[in-house]
Design a protein around this ligand. Sequence first.
Ligand code: COA
Length: 175
Amino acid sequence: MLENGKRERDEFQFRAMTLEDIGTIAQIEQETFTAPWTEDAFRNELTSNMFAKYMVMERAGTIVGYGGMWVIVDEAHVTNIAIREPYQGQGLGKRLLRELMRTAHWFGARRMTLEVRVSNERAQRLYRQFGFVASGIRPGYYSDNREDAIIMWADLVPDLGAGEETAGASEGEAQ
Ligand SMILES: CC(C)(COP(=O)(O)OP(=O)(O)OC[C@H]1O[C@@H](n2cnc3c(N)ncnc32)[C@H](O)[C@@H]1OP(=O)(O)O)[C@@H](O)C(=O)NCCC(=O)NCCS
């Protein structure tokens, strides 16, 4: 058991996703999403998509979450973001999204977009905290239940270190 939140947070690290991670990532997809991406989908992203940037968040060698996006000129399109179920609700999603936004900005993106299920209020809350604003609906976007997707956009700013309040990027459907 860790002594406090700060110490626990500090043990989490980010790095680029590699082909060796894909088995674990696909497993987390299965656990987390009703329309999970396959190993092939991730392999294709890592090997054949020059716009794709994927990162994992880990602690002591264990992957606890991951996120991906396409960075195309000044826009970043988030394709996936997930925190493994036992680690959810501890602020890690915020850290992961912040890191994605920072990385996108570093690669030159100035705006970020994503799709989120209408029913996924938890994720929508997270996104709103980072300055994302709904801009439209993709009707029937999700293949498993034809649920609508909300399209959200946020501006990317140089320093997201101050926190989410100041913040103001697949083939196939994004999660
Ligand atoms: C969405 C997800 C990435 C958020 O990560 P997380 O680590 O659970 O979230 P955090 O603990 O960082 O919380 C971030 C914010 O999310 C919202 N949130 C978190 N847990 C919540 C809950 N149980 N109910 C409602 N909102 C919740 C809150 O706004 C929270 O901020 P706050 O604590 O300041 O109020 C994660 O829950 C997940 O992987 N879910 C399944 C996959 C998914 O839905 N991905 C997004 C697809 S678009």
